[in-house]
Design a protein around this ligand. Structure first.
Ligand SMILES: Nc1nc2c(ncn2[C@@H]2O[C@H](COP(=O)(O)OP(=O)(O)O)[C@@H](O)[C@H]2O)c(=O)[nH]1
Ligand SMILES: [Mg+2]
Length: 438
């Protein structure tokens, strides 16, 4: 028999209300052990005095009773909306433990909900992301995923593939019927190609969903003293990096996390690019180049007075990157339109630069019609399904048995996404990221 678990589901510490949750076959009896007044009606908040085993009243609080299966976990559940003081919570824990409750592990409530088919693995991940969400864009993506956007997509592919698999297997079972091999290749080719196309669209999204979760990265690069650190501080709204007039001040990468267009953005200040004067600076330059290569966007910063800095940066930036001409305050007249003119010193042009960055972030991360895969785990499984389908398609005409095997592999890859097939290590990894009480 399953244990009955409990946990404090609100953060520890003093608060107006603290919620302790119970789930499992004894949840009902444990609540009964705390009460002397009538048992609450299902799903209705009831005010009750709560007692420890020795008869001590530890709180007068709202209690909720959710009989299975209409609960978050699908099991009998109880919620105690206690007053959020340490002694009250201690009293509740003592009373619950002496009535047979066991402290839940991280993510155990959600894992039970998953085991009872209340949600699939992608929805559980969406729930974890929603709890972690710090920006509006993250919230929207997490909420859509928690509501089944990825599940529907993957389940739809799986169903389509299973009907293709059925026709391939029909062919293997009745090989003698006239002209069937050609018919099979004919029947299966189109739907498999359609699936391959949808999967390729899903994969080729510039890692949008993963970036929404982890942050869009921007690297500031340029010559020493161009004003990269000053610009970082402007964008961050605080003195994050040291600014001096000594070239080569910045060596380590300084990262600042900001929210732009509702998405998390990580801006990195880097060492100025030049022939380094010592080993430390050389390492700084190496790191700067490495970061620039892996960033989602590079912002080249040049001193607006220097033609050579401008030329050097043009060689380092990609088409979609930004070029900023700094120290506009020292230039008389215009900058000639080669880049965005700003002054990190006076603040001139910074608003316009921020709007440009926001537009880029919005364009690259903003919502599309298709839901975005949001984790490396999804990408690996979708890629596995994709390569199995490519093999399947080439084998349709000549080797239907092998094609069938490939189609089955693709089905399995899709099923590992939603957690339909048991992949214990994946489950452990997904649920251990939750906090205790969720
Ligand atoms: N006049 C002026 N000086 C600037 C501006 N931006 C940075 N500086 C100065 O240029 C020097 C180098 O700045 P810093 O941000 O450390 O450049 P970095 O080496 O690219 O990080 C410092 O003395 C700054 O005060 C600007 O827009 N106008
Ligand atoms: Mg610097």
């Amino acid at each position: 028999m399953k244990t009955t678990i409990y946990a404090l589901s609100t953060p520890p510490g003093r608060s107006g209300i603290a919620v302790v949750r119970l789930s499992g076959p004894s949840a009902r009896d444990i609540l009964a052990a705390l009460l002397t007044e009538p048992y609450p009606v299902p799903r209705q908040a009831s005010l009750r005095s709560l007692h420890t085993a020795t008869g001590d009243v530890f709180d007068r609080a709202l209690v909720l009773w959710f009989p299975a299966p209409a609960s978050f976990t699908g099991e009998d559940c109880v919620e105690l909306h206690l007053h959020g003081g340490a002694a009250v919570i201690d009293g509740a824990i003592t009373a619950i433990e002496s009535a047979g409750g066991c402290l839940a592990q991280a993510g155990e409530f959600t894992r039970r909900a998953f085991e009872n088919d209340k949600l699939d693995l992608t929805e559980a991940e969406g729930l974890a992301d929603l709890i972690e969400a710090e920006t509006e864009g993250q919230r929207k993506q997490a909420l859509a995923q928690m509501s089944g956007s990825l599940k529907q997509l993957y389940e739809g592919w799986r169903e389509a593939l299973i009907s293709v698999l059925a026709s391939i297997e029909g062919e293997i079972d009745f090989p003698d019927e006239a002209d069937v091999p050609d018919a099979l290749a004919h029947r299966a080719y189109e739907p498999i190609s359609g699936l391959i196309f949808s999967i390729e669209l899903h994969l080729a999204d510039g890692r949008r969903g993963e970036r929404v979760r982890t942050g869009f990265s921007i690297a500031l690069i340029g010559a020493p003293n161009a004003g990269k650190s000053s610009l970082l501080n402007r964008l961050a709204g605080r003195d994050a990096a040291i600014v001096t007039d000594i070239p080569g001040t910045t060596r380590d990468i300084v990262e600042v996390r900001v929210t732009m267009a509702g998405f998390p953005v990580v801006i990195c200040d880097t060492a100025g690019l030049r022939e380094a004067v010592d080993a430390i600076e050389a390492e700084g330059v190496r790191r700067a180049l490495d970061r620039a290569e892996h960033a989602d966007l590079r912002i080249g910063v040049a001193d607006a007075r220097s033609q050579s800095e401008l030329l050097d940066l043009k060689g380092r930036l990609l088409d979609d990157d930004l070029l900023v001409l700094n120290k506009l305050d020292l230039v008389s007249g215009k900058t000639g339109g080669a880049g965005l003119g700003v002054s990190a010193k006076t603040g001139e042009g910074i608003d316009a630069l921020e709007r440009r960055i926001e537009a880029i972030v919005q364009e690259r991360l903003g919502a599309r019609e298709l839901p975005a895969l949001s984790r490396a785990r999804h990408r690996r499984a979708v890629e596995a399904a994709h390569s199995a389908l490519l093999r399947c398609r080439t084998r349709l005409a000549d080797a239907p048995e092998l094609a069938g095997e490939d189609a089955r592999l693709a089905v399995r890859a899709l099923e590992s996404l939603t957690g339909r097939v048991d992949v214990e290590d994946i489950l452990d990894r997904v649920f251990s990221q939750f906090c205790i009480g969720k």
